[in-house]
Design a protein around this ligand. Sequence first.
Ligand code: SF4
Length: 181
Amino acid sequence: MMVNGEPALSCKSFLRDYPDKIRIEPLAHFPIVRDLVVQLDDFMEKLNRVKPYIIPKEKKSVSDGQHKQSPAQLKAFKQYTLCINCTLCYAACPQYGLVPDFIGPAAMALAHRYNLDSRDGGRDQRQEVVATDEGVWECSFVGACSEVCPKQVDPAGAIQQMKIASTVDWYKEHLMPWSKP
Ligand code: SF4
């Protein structure tokens, strides 16, 4: 919800921290269903579009055993697994408020999470959604999403890393076409 104008987890907001006055409102930038209840269908649809799950790099049967990862491979994406889909970052993002087609912070941080997973081979599919005008290039790096995130996911950082990776893709495709697998 919005607590005194700021997106915050209402379950972790204590009255004792607001001794003067407290004003609670429905989460910003989402349609209101009633009272404090908002409609999150837009976020769910965008989350679905970035395929937030492992698309296996190589097919393995159960008898082949586990998909092992080193601690370093886990560390590469662990921060982005902490997202609880609270959508506070969407309520804080002025760009999402202005451009509702923007894929938005949490969905892109989760796309980044799976792109960085050593077991995943779905980056090309996700790039079709995130390396677009509605994806990473709509972000103007205000950074408010990371400031309000209660789990320190840093979606703003994830989006900037994706911008760099997408730029490298572009240069490779146009200047080094032979390097494409
Ligand atoms: S990135 Fe942070 S603020 Fe955004 S939905 Fe995930 S946990 Fe919530």
